[in-house]
Design a protein around this ligand. Sequence first.
Ligand code: FES
Ligand SMILES: [Fe+2]
Length: 427
Amino acid sequence: MSATLNAEAIDRYRFPAADCSRIPYGMYRDPDIYALEQERIFRGPIWNFLALEDEIPNPGDFRLVEVGDTPVIVDRARDGSLHAMVNRCSHRGSIVQRATHGNAKTHVCCYHQWSFDLTGNLVGVPFQKGVKGVGGLPADFDKSCHALRKLRVESLNGAIFGTFSDDTPPLREYLGPVFTHQVERLFNRKLRILGYQRQRIFGNWKLYTDNLRDPNHGGLLHMFQITFGIARLNATGGAKLDADGKHNLSWAAQGGRAGNAEDPGKDYGDTGRGDMNIKLRDPSLLRYHKEFPDDLTLAVTSLFANAALQQIGNTLAVRQIRTRSADEFEIVSTFFGYEDDDEAMQRHRLRKANLAGPAGLVSMEDGEAVELVHRAIVRDGQDHSVVEFGGRGPVRDQENLISDVPMRGFWMYYCKLMGIPTGETAS
Ligand code: FES
Ligand SMILES: [Fe+2]
């Protein structure tokens, strides 16, 4: 469907409040909105997280990723430079590289064996001149005009980002000082990649970006987190945003019984969430070995639009959101530690990896919550959610966890990129 036809979908919904404290349900279910997002968000003027340099340390190393739903190869060329290109053959559109990761001299398409160098240029076409002057491509066929589509790439402390747009500002500017610091904080030295988790969720990808920007649910939905004090709503915590409100850091410090409430269970009243007397037989799972100069024990940094950097205690990971349709997306998590971790620390990180991911003791409920919403909002696209925790109006940093404000920041920037009028301009 053409971009113009997709753009007509915008007229189907109204954001009744300029501060995005009302989100029409149709934004999550409409396939035309989804198609427009691919063009204006994922291929728009944003930096998409692609991969970590330590995943492709050597020349020829590559990984397959996705930007929205576009398949992309990220690789390192012979001279050590980083490249990203659409994994779609310039001949007849096949996937070129099919291995999820590896080392290659060239990327060769299996269909008719066209080959592309590590920068995406077309370097080989079998039987280009036919056989004995018969068949083959026209004499004026110019290989240099048929490279794979290339993305601009920038790396910050080994975190590789890519963009389709020439209008995207430099990466540090796009991140702003707070989020440049968050990237530098986490990727502060050489990493050791510990493994991957992949989760498919049958819901809209923005229900997950909402979830990431809703610290309120963390201390209500996640029983394990509340009971064992990883993060409770009465702990010290909050959210930091960039000037646009598009990125978000949800943070908590000194979680658990060292938190700022004397009787943490009491604040939960009759929710049934306040029983703090259950104990783990082996509490070492919860232990936090301080490893950053600040006091944050939980820091989830959401970068608009496809990434989340995760520190839950000593569990470190970067999550990439890959969209499939309006009704489905995947989260690919790369778990890591640092090369100089000793064996005990590495073991600790691997055990703590059980806190996150599809069956994670803390995060398994997130996928379920996304699917519960997605199922219930199948009709009545003009009805909307109520996003008022933390107050209405301007979007700004929050010094508590009972807030939806970061969600509104996402949606205000989203509407700007999508060209969606909000509030009084929407009528
Ligand atoms: S589609 Fe790739 S070589 Fe033909
Ligand atoms: Fe959650």
